[in-house]
Design a protein around this ligand. Structure first.
Ligand SMILES: CC(C)(COP(=O)(O)OP(=O)(O)OC[C@H]1O[C@@H](n2cnc3c(N)ncnc32)[C@H](O)[C@@H]1OP(=O)(O)O)[C@@H](O)C(=O)NCCC(=O)NCCS
Length: 148
């Protein structure tokens, strides 16, 4: 099931985020996003336990996808695709966004495959963009959104 996140979901969202190798999103950052009413969506199981989340913001006609995470043990079941597809439809319907943009680690093959499947194309490469652990490039990717 998909639903908008509530502030009370924050502990579980932080828990999922902490599974990442590079967990750079602080509790304060999430709290700000709730305060400013960023669209944060979660995917849940039948017992409403959160399995993944995604967040975006809209600037003019562009939806910027800020993060998309599915808890490790639930990956590979189509949930990332479901959540991302929903985000793209939501941004088009509610905010009349025409494009979606995101930045992705060029070595993140799962995410790259997902975004390519959903119509994202690489706009440019940001060389040595990620500097934690070792240098990695980032791809700036863009997709057209469905006309609402
Ligand atoms: C990237 C991520 C969100 C994908 O979510 P997921 O639920 O595992 O992906 P899905 O099961 O919905 O897969 C959808 C598509 O993604 C691609 N994909 C997913 N896992 C893949 C893998 N291990 N290898 C290759 N492609 C993969 C495929 O194109 C797949 O479509 P298909 O099943 O028809 O082949 C998930 O791996 C994740 O949370 N990773 C850690 C956080 C992260 O890197 N987020 C991206 C930040 S930019």
């Amino acid at each position: 099931m998909l639903r908008r996140a509530q502030v009370s979901d924050l502990p579980r969202i932080l828990e999922i985020n902490s599974e990442l190798d590079k967990d750079q999103w602080t509790k304060e950052k999430f709290s700000d996003m709730f305060e400013y009413d960023f669209p944060i969506w979660v995917v849940t199981d039948n017992a409403d336990r959160i399995i993944g989340y995604a967040v975006y913001l809209v600037c003019l006609d562009e939806a910027r996808i800020l993060n998309l995470v599915i808890s490790k043990s639930f990956q590979g079941n189509g949930l990332g695709e479901t959540l991302m597809t929903h985000l793209m439809e939501d941004a088009a319907e509610k905010f009349a966004a025409k494009y979606a943009m995101l930045e992705v680690d060029a070595s993140n093959l799962q995410a790259l495959a997902l975004y390519t499947k959903l119509g994202f194309r690489v706009l440019c490469v940001r060389k040595n963009y990620y500097t934690d652990k070792y240098l990695r490039d980032a791809y700036l990717m863009q997709a057209e959104l469905p006309v609402a």
